[in-house]
Design a binder for this molecule. Structure first.
Ligand code: CU
Length: 423
């Protein structure tokens, strides 16, 4: 009996003890001879992303990362010149299993040198990837190889440690997910998200690395809402969301419709005695947070950063406050000098999405409107770091099931249009 047989049988037994553990999640496949994953393990879903393929060579998992300039789209209508790996930002997720030995070739096709740092992984010092400290820089055109054994499971990240301010601002980053050989806390849905921020000035095509705090695009896996994939789960499933943050801001990530526990960081699993229930967890800059919960309430539940400016797309921040300022009388006069001038903001900014949808406002070239999301009841007035957890009693597949229809009598409804209404 091979190691693989032993593992899969043991894990099948383990899965059988957990109600619906295999629950349509589909078995992950792995061609490795020695370290096959549990057949009950839910496949990792990197929203809008993919995992990096590997080859087994003499018991070692071989990966190849290519650092290069790429064309990236945040949402239709906004393309930039970014830097990433293997054609995308973030780069593909590197998936492996605790105990795996990995060999990762890094080819540099950038116009400047780079390195790769394996964030949160304990490894020999010469593999840590800080250019100048642990290794020479990888010059343009060169390929370096890193090789180490993954001793601990959990959510980790990779990014350059060379001209880091520029290279991270340009999009160079990715997730590393190390699965335990046998998961004592199995989930049926396993999602991975990497948070980032971007400064793409209106009408331009290249992120500005000199911006320190005032970014104008906030992304999950390089996309803005509503282009971020929803997380589709069946009622009753155990769900894990892994959130990494290589942006320059902390993000308080807030989940509607479930109470979760933070079960892991980029240094591994948190003991159960140190986990407490929450609905919002801060994901620190340069850190990862794994949350787990049971999806017990069907519906469409928002999952978003609670800094409200981070659920907006390209917006200017240094503007006079128009709230409560009567501007409409000025419109005709200003229009004489600025044809097409149109005031807004007197009563709030919700009208902005209406105006951009109606093409009242032309946004500058290659610039997204502040908010674009639409739901079954109208504009969602959000963009940026937001997606939807879609919990359904019945699912044919994990494809987007569309919007939730609240059963009769369970949705907030209008009862009056009289502003002096008294119940
Ligand atoms: Cu945020």
């Amino acid at each position: 009996m091979t190691d693989r047989d032993t593992l899969s049988r043991r894990q099948l037994l383990l899965a059988a003890g957990v109600a619906g553990a295999a629950g349509g999640a589909g078995a992950a496949t792995d061609t490795g001879p020695a370290r096959a994953p549990s057949s009950s393990r839910a496949p990792l879903v990197t929203l809008n992303g993919r995992s990096l393929p590997f080859k087994m060579k003499g018991g070692v998992k071989e990966f190849h990362l290519i650092a290069e300039e790429i064309e990236h789209e945040f949402a239709p209508g906004t393309r930039i010149k970014a830097w990433g790996y293997n054609g995308s930002t973030p780069g593909p997720t590197i998936e492996a299993i605790e105990g795996d030995r990995v060999r990762i070739f890094v080819t540099n096709k950038l116009p400047e040198h780079t390195t790769v740092h394996w964030h949160g992984i304990l490894l020999p010092n010469g593999m840590d990837g800080v250019g100048g400290l642990n290794q020479p820089q990888i010059a343009p055109g060169e390929t370096y190889v890193y090789e180490f054994t993954l001793r601990e499971s959990g959510t980790r990240m990779y990014h350059p440690h060379a001209d880091e301010m520029v290279q991270v601002a340009m999009g160079m980053m990715g997730l590393i997910i190390i699965h335990p050989r046998v998961d004592p806390h199995p989930v049926q849905r396993d999602f991975a998200i990497l948070l980032h921020n971007w400064a793409v000035h209106p009408g331009t095509y290249r992120p500005d690395p000199s911006v320190m705090t005032d970014f104008n695009l906030w992304t999950m896996n390089g996309k803005v809402f509503p282009m971020i994939d929803p997380m589709v789960v069946r009622t009753g499933q155990r769900v894990r969301i892994r959130i990494g943050n290589l942006s320059m801001h902390e993000h308080p990530m807030h989940l509607h419709g479930a109470h979760f526990k933070v079960v892991g960081t980029d240094a591994g699993r948190i003991p159960e005695s140190a986990q407490w229930p929450m609905t919002t967890s801060l994901v620190p800059v340069g850190g990862t947070v794994d949350i787990e919960f049971t999806a017990s309430l069907p519906g469409d539940w928002a999952f978003h950063c609670h800094k409200s400016h981070h659920t907006m797309n390209a917006m200017g921040h240094e503007i006079p406050n128009p709230l409560g300022v009567k501007q409409r009388d000025l419109d005709p006069q200003i229009s004489k000098h600025l044809p097409g001038y149109f005031s807004m903001g007197e009563h709030g900014m919700a009208e902005h999405q209406v105006h951009t949808d109606m093409s009242f406002h032309d946004t500058p070239e290659n610039t997204l409107p502040m908010a674009m999301g639409k739901g079954p009841y109208g504009n969602l007035e959000m963009g940026g770091m937001m997606t939807i957890l879609k919990v359904r009693d019945r699912l044919q597949s994990y494809a987007d099931p569309g919007f939730y229809e609240a059963p009769a009598g369970t949705r907030a409804r209008r009862v009056s249009q009289d502003p002096n209404f008294k119940p």
